[in-house]
Every structure is written in C-alpha cells, then in structure tokens.
Design a protein around this ligand. Structure first.
Ligand code: UDP
Ligand code: MG
Length: 348
C-alpha cells in the first residue's frame, strides 16, 4: 500500500455488522458531539506539545467540540512542564498518575475521566497518524461504536517479535467465537456506550485489546499506516511485551491451563504404550531391558512438564491474588484543567 494513502478501498477490514443495526446506531449520534481525545504519555517531552497543537487545529478545522486529556503516566522528563506551559492555550485536562502504571492503566484512567460523546485514543508520538481521525469519526457517525486501526504492515518489527505475536494471538483466539483480530492498535474511536462498558469492568489485570473485544457493540477495523516516532524511543521492550502477553492470555484464555491436561494425557498414553512394549519385548523375545537411561529421561521429562504446569497455574493464581485484593487500578496525584475546560464544565 502507498504509505501516504488511506483510500476508501482500505477500509472495512473487519466489518460484519448488519446494515439495519448500523442505521439504528447512526440515528442516535448527536448533532454536535463532544470529542474526548485521550493521550497516554510517558516521557514524551519532545512530542506532547506538537501533538496537542496538531489535534487542536484538526478538531477546530472539523468544527468539533473537543477536550484533550493527557494522562501523564509518571513521566521522569519535562512532559508535565511542557503541557502546563501551554495549558491555557489549549482545551487540555492533565491527569498526573502517582507513578508509572503502564499504558493499559493510563488509558483506563483517561476513559474514567472522559466527558465526551465519543473518545479518540491515540499515542502522542505521532506513530498513529492524526490526519486519519476524521475518517475514523466518519465511520463512527455511520453507526460503528468502535473504529480501530489495524497495522497495514509490520516490516519495522523483528521477525522474532512478529512470530511471538502470532503465537500469542493463535493461543488467545484458540476455540474462541469472538476472536481478537491480530495486528490491532490502540489507535481507536470509542462511542460513549463503549466507554461506559469499559468503566463498568473492574478488573486490575487490564489487557485493553481484549476488553474492547469482549464488550461487543458494532465495530469496524481499518488498515492504517504506522509512522515513525517523532521524538524519543519506544518504552516497550521485548520483556514488557511478553509481560503484557501473559496478562492478555491469563485474563482472556484458559487454553494454557487446558493444554496441560492434553499434554498429561498424551504422556500417560505414551508411557502405557511403552510399558506394553517392554513387557512384550521381554516375555516374547527375551531381550534384556537396560533400564536406567530410559528412567532418567522419563523422570527429567515428567519433572519438566510438572514444573511448567505448576508455573502456569501460578500465573493464574497470581492474577487471582491481585484481583481479590481489590486495590484501585491507579492513583491520580493531580488534575489540572485549562481555563477553557473549566468554563465548558461550568456551563453544563
Ligand atoms: N506509554 C504510557 N505508559 C508507559 C509506556 C508508554 O503511557 O508505561 C505511552 C507512550 O507515551 C505513548 C504510547 O503509550 O504515547 C505508546 O508507547 P510507545 O510508543 O513507547 O510504544 P510502541 O509505539 O512502541 O508500542
Ligand atoms: Mg509508539
């Protein structure tokens, strides 16, 4: 695909909604919607102001009422200072989390604060092209409650990362009717009904792509380009992605648990077959069985399988442990609103 194009023919990648449902949803869209734009930011001092200015200009050009909610996820650089320096020139609400909680929680904090009829979730490093927002919102007006971006290609990622992601989604979607599409991004538009549904879900182990998928409503996936970062570097390394993958799997799939029942069953059947072979070989053919190498291999093999299955059980128990503690998912240390935001809220 041409890197700079996003023609109509690229649209509707995941589109299975009946027309009459879409029409009903479209009829409910407000004439003059308030758009909440949610920007999770962790060490984005180089990107945050250009991003806020680009978005403000874009929404103004479209004649859209908007609020820009920056969720500072415990940044250690000048992100907060940069936002505060321009706060009265832009319709900004700055949420400062008490520490770095990770992007999934930062997005949840933004969703909890959003006042809009519709929300736009976008990274602040310009990797999600802001110029595509109008086409996303046009699809929302057509009746889709969630419009989400699908990466058109992953050539900028290593083969290992692509392979691990593929295995992750295959496991996650195994036997599921409601499959989570591969290569989706957090760049998306969510209707108020979806925001309310997400707010109603109290879990602490939040894998947002799974949650969006689980709640349902009407949806459309659009293939989009991914641009390079404007400034700085990604805060996700291979291990943080593995950790997120483990959260996603344990929160949405029982396949890793069931897998060990199958492995255990297969090993038992194989060992019974092997035992029969030994009996037959000794009784009928009189062959001597030199046992100990087989024994060592069998013990090591079974020991490995048992430890792995205990490890997987432990993963699930660890998640249950964090859920039963019922701690709040995050703490906000400060909320700062621009004068324009405060005026808008006073009018309501
Ligand atoms: N981010 C965040 N908290 C984190 C890590 C990242 O809020 O702990 C934000 C980050 O500022 C950016 C978005 O999440 O707006 C995506 O992060 P990044 O670009 O590092 O990830 P990638 O694009 O490589 O997946
Ligand atoms: Mg990025």
């Amino acid at each position: 695909m041409d890197k700079n194009s996003n023609s109509e023919s690229d649209l509707s990648v995941v589109d299975t909604e009946p027309a009459f449902i879409l029409q009903a949803r479209a009829n409910e869209r407000p004439q003059d919607p308030l758009v909440s734009c949610l920007l999770p930011a962790f060490n984005e001092e180089g990107n945050i102001l250009p991003m806020l200015q680009t978005l403000h200009k874009l929404f103004d050009e479209q004649g859209l009422r908007h609020e820009l909610i920056v969720i500072d996820d415990g940044s250690r650089d000048a992100t907060v200072e940069k936002v505060l320096s321009e706060i009265n020139q832009l319709p900004v609400t700055l949420l400062q989390l008490s520490r770095n909680f990770g992007k999934e929680i930062a997005l949840s904090a933004g969703i909890d604060q959003a006042n809009g009829d519709v929300a736009v979730l976008i990274d602040c490093d310009f990797q999600h092209p802001p110029d595509l927002i109008p086409s996303f919102l046009a699809q929302w007006r057509r009746g889709y409650d969630m419009v989400f971006a699908i990466r058109s290609d992953r050539h900028d990622e290593s083969i290992t990362k692509r392979a691990v992601t593929h295995v992750f989604y295959t496991l996650l979607n195994f036997g599921e009717r409601n499959k989570i599409p591969e290569n989706t991004q957090d760049f998306r538009v969510l209707d108020r009904c979806m925001l309310d549904a997400l707010k109603a879900m109290p879990e602490r182990n939040r894998f947002m792509k799974g949650l969006y998928n689980w709640i349902g409503f009407t949806r459309l996936g659009i293939k989009v380009r991914t641009d390079p970062r404007l400034h700085g570097s990604s805060s996700f390394n291979f291990f943080s992605l593995l950790k997120l993958g483990a959260t996603g799997l344990t929160a949405f799939s029982n396949v890793p648990l069931r897998l060990w029942t199958v492995v255990g069953g297969s090993v038992s059947v194989a060992s019974i077959a092997y035992a029969l072979y030994i009996v037959i070989d000794t009784l009928l053919f009189g062959n001597d069985q030199s046992g100990w190498p087989t024994l060592v291999v069998a013990i090591a093999f079974l020991g490995g399988i048992q430890l792995m299955s205990i490890g997987i059980l432990g993963e699930y128990i660890g998640r249950i442990f964090t859920e039963v503690k019922q701690r709040p998912a995050y703490f906000i240390s400060r909320i700062t609103k621009s004068t324009e935001q405060l005026k808008q809220e006073a009018k309501k």
